[in-house]
Design a protein around this ligand. Structure first.
Ligand SMILES: [Zn+2]
Ligand SMILES: [Zn+2]
Ligand SMILES: [Zn+2]
Ligand SMILES: [Zn+2]
Ligand SMILES: [Zn+2]
Ligand SMILES: [Zn+2]
Length: 424
């Protein structure tokens, strides 16, 4: 084989090879290490000898550039001319690699460029044996930027199975959650998180994988999936949840039209709403009755609540003077909700998949169901078959009878708290 022919053959094997002329060319050897490589930046503080180190880990490193040329006399008498350059490999390592390549030629004294490239590529997969690199801040930037881009490219070219829509999708339309690494298609995540935020279920804004051990979602991930308005709302709901989790210092104004969240002094039962100036008792939530009168906080019996619900105006007024108008309204609402819930539970017992008629049982989770037999998505409330692409849209469409009812019927204290928030 002539020298030109060897270079031509190489070019056909490696499309990324750049030919310079008939006898020379260059090729980038990309470096993806099996083991993460530590990038250590050490900065000496201005005063004293204190040193601070920042350590990052990367898998992708900037490539090694191999320039080669085959001079007259190659391969029988003269070795190939090789130049290895790489921004992060120490000179010692580069020199050893160069020697190894020339040794390959010495062993055979025949066409050896293919073996040289092959050898370098296989060593590159082990990061050339480097496990830690000391860098300055400029080199650190180069390496981290390269790693970030290469990681994105790698992710986008793979395909992933989305556990929400049960489809395989290419990485460029998928999102990998930073904290746990679970991958879903971005459209499904957007729909799911939007539904959670719109309906006020902040604690459900986590990784949707049921088996996930670190379900909290990184804010940067949410920023890519939710609109600024939705992020705003999520932020407000989360703050509110934190405040309300401490009833000793936070209380909601009992006036229906106000419902402001107020900080209170835990040693004083008198609370004055900062929004509407309503003065009320922190214990019984009725208008302020002075420090020396007892609160009436025991619950009325069910019969009385029923009498209140079914009674005429004068009956209601009589009961209200004894128990408080606001209290009675609340008891009546709770009673109705409980009744609706009981009826709902009874209806649940004889449902079937709308497609294959397999009897189904709902033990927990939201109302978006997946048939275990035919994998159809359907709505547990209305038994409509849901879109295979966007099953959650059913709960986000104001025209749907199940608008905002994704989590309806779930039993938990948390849901009660959140319900109160949504009404507000
Ligand atoms: Zn999906
Ligand atoms: Zn996860
Ligand atoms: Zn108020
Ligand atoms: Zn009171
Ligand atoms: Zn089915
Ligand atoms: Zn429905």
């Amino acid at each position: 084989m002539s020298r030109e022919e060897e270079v031509e053959v190489l070019e056909s094997i490696y499309p990324e090879l750049k030919r310079i002329d008939s006898f020379s060319g260059s090729i980038e050897i990309s470096v993806v290490s099996d083991q993460p490589v530590k990038i250590v930046l050490t900065v000496t503080a201005d005063k004293g000898d204190d040193k601070k180190s920042t350590v990052d880990q990367v898998d992708h490193l900037p490539p090694l550039d191999l320039y080669f040329s085959v001079p007259k006399g190659y391969p029988e008498r003269v070795p190939p001319e090789l130049i290895l350059t790489c921004p992060w490999l120490p000179d010692g390592v580069l020199n050893t690699l160069h020697e190894n390549c020339i040794d390959l030629w010495k062993d055979c004294r025949c066409e050896c460029l293919y073996s040289i490239i092959d050898e370098l590529q296989s060593k590159a997969r082990g990061g050339f044996g480097v496990s830690e690199i000391a860098v300055d801040s400029k080199l650190r930037d180069i390496i981290l930027t390269h790693n970030e881009r290469a990681t994105v490219r790698e992710f986008e070219s793979h395909s992933f199975h989305c556990a929400i829509c049960q489809r395989r999708k290419r990485g460029n339309v998928c999102t990998r959650l930073t904290n746990c690494g679970h991958v879903f298609c971005s459209e499904c995540l957007e729909d799911y998180y939007s539904a959670c935020v719109e309906q006020g279920y902040v604690s459900r804004v986590v990784c949707p994988a049921p088996e996930c051990k670190t379900p909290a979602v990184d804010f940067a991930d949410l920023k890519k999936l939710l609109s600024p308005d939705q992020l705003d709302r999520l932020d407000r709901l989360r703050k509110k949840q934190v405040l309300e989790s401490d009833p000793n210092t936070a209380i909601v104004c009992p006036r229906n039209f106000c419902q402001a969240l107020i900080r209170r002094n835990p040693d004083d039962n008198l609370v004055i709403c900062s929004d509407c100036q309503f003065a009320f008792c922190a214990v019984c939530k009725r208008s302020w009755h002075g420090y020396y009168e007892y609160c009436r906080i025991q619950e009325p019996p069910d019969e009385l609540i029923l009498e209140y619900i079914e009674g005429d105006e004068s009956t209601r007024a009589r009961i209200e003077t004894q128990w408080g108008r606001l209290n009675m309204k609340r008891y009546a609402t709770n009673y109705e909700n409980d009744k609706a819930f009981r009826e709902y539970m009874e209806k649940q017992n004889n449902r079937r998949c709308p497609k294959c008629y397999t009897p189904i049982e709902k033990s927990m989770g939201c109302n978006k169901m997946t048939c275990a037999i035919c994998h159809t998505f359907f709505c547990f409330i209305c038994l409509d078959i849901l879109s295979q692409d966007n099953p959650y849209r059913h709960y986000g469409d104001p025209r749907s009878g199940c608008y905002q009812r994704l989590f309806e019927g779930m039993e938990s204290n948390e849901l009660d708290v959140m319900d109160a928030l949504i009404e507000h």
